[in-house]
Write a new protein. Structure first.
Length: 380
């Protein structure tokens, strides 16, 4: 049989499948409405399991596994569609709508902002990019930033979330599980690391280098060119520069920014020593309550799913079915459960889209736990 004929048959079959799919969705909606009118739950889960078994049996043993996946996806899509027809607005979706309506139309120019580290820290540079007039309070740890927001000591906090070279800042994700907060904006900051030392110190004199663990990870290739030099982790790259500036030693240096070199009177022994030229760190700006400023097109959520095969797949299928782009997926172990995880998602979707509202409601129902972390825009 010729290829053209085979393709024509496949096209005809696809057309029939599409018509059957539309008819199936129509019948499912009728059944769900009838069940609800009779005082029953709209979806018959036991009946779905029996129908899936029949579907796999008809497909035959060789295709049974594939048929199971197809039927499961079909049911997920169907439930999502039924939810748009039958579901009452959820408390979460109502809260998001109120935040959209009540948030001021412009991002604040001035605010009190908590940053980890000291003057010259990359978090401070990010805060200055976010706010025209940031009144910065420096704290010693990432946890202290969250605590400053929770207590009301500061209006906002700026935290590094991920780096294009070294990956995610895991401590931030762990703290996200402990504190109540909302992401209101994010910013991408180009990060250039430099080997800084006190005036008169030569590169050959260096016996110890101070820096933050992320900067060290991002400059691994350069550090290999300095064998025998001790590398010491500091809380922050700016703290490292300040420590070198205040030291009376002539054999120490810091991996830090150009800004810190100028701020603390240090000289550059080697510039732009990071492994990759396109080295960016993404910072999030957090507040105590949800604020959704105009133009919000990114949403962050955290959730857990049931510890059963296919749970995460079904959730991902729902996102795909709605045509929403997933830009980040991160997992962190739950401290009180063995081999179970909290999942962090970044979704690229306008907060004004009906698909966004539908997805929030769908996921809230599908997940064991679900936390909406905020909708916001990102400065590049």
């Amino acid at each position: 049989m010729e290829l053209a004929s085979l393709k024509q048959q496949l096209d005809e079959l696809d057309e029939q499948t599409a018509k059957l799919f539309a008819r199936r969705m129509e019948l499912s909606a009728q059944i769900a409405r009838t069940r609800r009118e009779a005082g029953l739950v709209p979806v018959d889960l036991a009946g779905q399991r029996e129908a899936k078994d029949r579907f796999q049996a008809v497909a035959g043993e060789a295709l049974s596994g594939y048929a199971g996946v197809v039927y499961g996806t079909l049911q997920d899509v169907c439930q999502s569609y039924l939810a748009t027809l039958l579901r009452e607005p959820s408390a979460l979706c109502s809260r998001i709508a109120r935040s959209v309506q009540t948030t001021k139309p412009l991002f604040p120019e001035s605010a009190t902002v908590a940053c980890q580290g000291v003057e010259g820290a990359y978090a401070q540079i990010a805060a200055d990019k976010l706010f025209q007039n940031a009144h910065i309070s420096y704290v010693k740890s990432f946890e202290a930033v969250f605590a400053a927001i929770a207590s009301g000591f500061c209006q906002y906090g700026v935290l590094p979330l991920e780096n294009s070279t070294a990956g995610s800042v895991n401590r931030i994700y762990d703290l996200m599980m402990e504190y109540k907060f909302s992401i209101v904006r994010s910013v991408r900051l180009k990060v250039d690391h430099n080997l800084l030392a006190r005036p008169g110190v030569k590169k050959a004199d260096i016996r110890e280098i101070f820096s933050h663990e992320q900067a060290i990870a991002q400059s691994g290739e350069f550090l290999k060119t300095m064998p025998g030099v001790k590398v010491t982790v500091c809380e922050n790259t700016a703290v490292a520069a300040k420590r070198v500036a205040e030291s009376d030693r002539s054999d120490v240096a810091a991996l830090s920014s150009h800004a810190c070199g100028a701020l603390y009177g240090l000289e550059t022994l080697a510039a732009d020593v990071q492994d990759k030229g396109n080295n960016y760190t993404r910072f999030i700006c957090i507040g105590k309550e949800p604020e959704i400023f105009p133009g919000a097109d990114r949403t962050s959520i955290m959730l857990t799913v049931s510890h059963r095969p296919g749970s995460l797949y079904r959730l991902m299928s729902r996102i795909t079915a709605l045509g929403i782009n997933l830009t980040k997926l991160e997992s962190r172990p739950l401290p009180d459960r063995d081999f179970e995880f909290m999942f962090y998602f970044d979704l690229e979707t306008s907060v004004y889209s009906p698909r966004f509202i539908q997805l929030m409601a769908d996921l809230e129902e599908m997940c064991e736990t679900f936390r909406y972390l905020g909708s916001y825009s990102e400065i590049v």
